[in-house]
Design a protein around this ligand. Structure first.
Ligand code: NAP
Length: 293
C-alpha cells in the first residue's frame, strides 16, 4: 500500500510558493495579499482562520483578518466585501463559513469579485470550471486532484472513479475535476441504492460525507486508490476520516490518511490560488484566475 501523504505534498507546494514570493521580494515587487473575513466567534472557524494566517506568514503572503461581530448585518458585511473588491492591494478575499443564520451566505459569496474569489465558490468560477475555462478552483477539490497527480495518477483515462458525497464545495467539484482528467465518474450520496456495491466497482474512490469510518473494506475494490476528504471525530474523540483506514489500507493500492491527508492540501491550494489571483491581477486580467487543472 502506498500512503498518499497530503502533508508532504502540501509542504513541497508551500516551499515552491515561498520561493516564488522570495523572488518577488528580491525584485522589490508588490506582494500578494489575502483578506479573510471572520464573522462571529465560532471556535472552529477561529482556529481555521488562525491556521490560514500562519500559513500565509510562513509563505510570505501578506494577510489580514477582518473580525466582525456575530450580530453584524448582511449589509455591513457586503460593504466590507465591496471595499476589498476595490482595494488594489488585495488579491484574495475569503469569507470563513459558516456565517450566522441571519446572513444569506450565497449572496455574500456572490458579492466577491470572481478574480479575488480564492475559495472558488463564486458561480462565475464554478461555471468556468464546469466548461473547462481558466478559473480559480475550489481548494479542497483542487487539492484532491493534486494529490492524485503527485502520487503518479495523472491521466485517469479508462479508470472508474466514484465520489461519495455531492456537496457544492467538495463532492460536485471533485467529480467535475475527475471528469476533466478523463475518469469515468459516478457520484453517490445518501439516496443511492446498494452504495457499497457501486463503490466496490471503482478504481478511485473519493470519500466526502462526514461520517466517521463509515467506508469499510467491503466498499473498496482490491487495488483501488482511496482519497479520504472526511474530517470527523471517532468514538474516542480522535480525528478520523470517512474511511476506516485500518480496514481498507491493505486492500487499497494507495490511500490518503486523516489527519495528514486532504486537510493540509486545502490550505496549500488556498495559498496557491492567492498567488494565481495575484499573477492575474498584476497582468491586469482580474476575473480570470488560475489555470484549470
Ligand atoms: P456535506 O455538505 O454535509 O455533504 C455531505 C454529503 O455526503 C452529502 O452529499 C450527503 O448526501 C452525503 N452523505 C451523508 N451521509 C451519507 C451516507 N451515509 N451515505 C452516503 N452519502 C452520505 O459535507 P461536505 O462539506 O461535503 O464535507 C464532507 C466531509 O469532508 C466532512 O467530513 C467535512 O468535514 C470534510 N471536509 C474536509 C475538508 C478538508 O480540507 N479536508 C474540506 C471540506 C470538507 P445528500 O446530498 O444525499 O444529503
Amino acid at each position: 500500500m502506498k500512503l498518499i501523504s497530503g502533508k508532504t505534498i502540501a509542504a513541497d507546494i508551500r516551499e515552491t510558493l515561498r520561493q516564488r514570493i522570495e523572488s518577488l521580494k528580491e525584485a522589490e515587487k508588490r506582494l500578494p495579499k489575502l483578506s479573510v473575513i471572520l464573522v462571529g466567534d465560532d471556535p472552529a472557524s477561529a482556529t481555521y482562520v488562525r491556521n490560514k494566517e500562519r500559513a500565509c506568514a510562513q509563505t510570505g503572503i501578506l494577510s489580514e483578518t477582518i473580525r466582525m461581530s456575530k450580530d453584524t448585518t448582511q449589509q455591513a458585511l457586503l460593504d466590507v466585501i465591496y471595499r476589498l473588491n476595490a482595494d488594489d492591494t488585495v488579491d484574495g478575499i475569503l469569507v470563513q463559513l459558516p456565517l450566522p443564520a441571519h446572513i444569506e451566505a450565497s449572496e455574500v459569496l456572490m458579492a466577491i469579485e470572481p478574480g479575488k474569489d480564492v475559495d472558488g465558490f463564486h458561480p462565475v468560477n464554478v461555471g468556468k470550471m464546469m466548461t473547462g475555462m481558466q478559473a480559480l478552483l475550489p481548494c479542497t477539490p483542487k487539492g484532491v486532484i493534486r494529490m492524485l497527480e503527485a502520487a503518479g495518477y495523472d491521466d485517469l483515462s479508462g479508470m472508474r472513479a466514484t465520489v461519495i458525497g455531492r456537496s457544492n464545495i467538495v463532492g460536485k467539484p471533485v467529480a467535475q475535476l475527475l471528469l476533466a482528467k478523463h475518469a469515468t465518474v459516478t457520484t453517490v450520496h445518501s439516496h443511492t441504492a446498494r452504495i457499497a456495491e457501486v463503490c466496490a466497482e471503482a478504481d478511485i474512490v473519493v470519500a466526502a460525507i462526514g461520517r466517521p469510518k463509515l467506508i469499510g473494506a467491503d466498499w473498496i475494490k482490491e487495488g483501488a486508490i482511496v482519497i479520504d476528504v472526511g474530517i470527523n471525530r471517532d468514538e474516542h474523540g480522535k480525528l478520523c476520516g470517512d474511511v476506516d483506514f485500518e480496514q481498507v489500507k491493505d486492500k487499497a493500492e494507495a490511500i490518503s490518511p486523516v489527519p495528514g491527508g486532504v486537510g493540509p492540501m486545502t490550505i496549500a491550494m488556498l495559498l496557491e490560488n492567492t498567488l494565481e489571483a495575484y499573477a492575474e491581477h498584476e497582468k491586469g486580467g482580474r476575473g480570470h484566475g488560475s489555470a484549470a487543472v
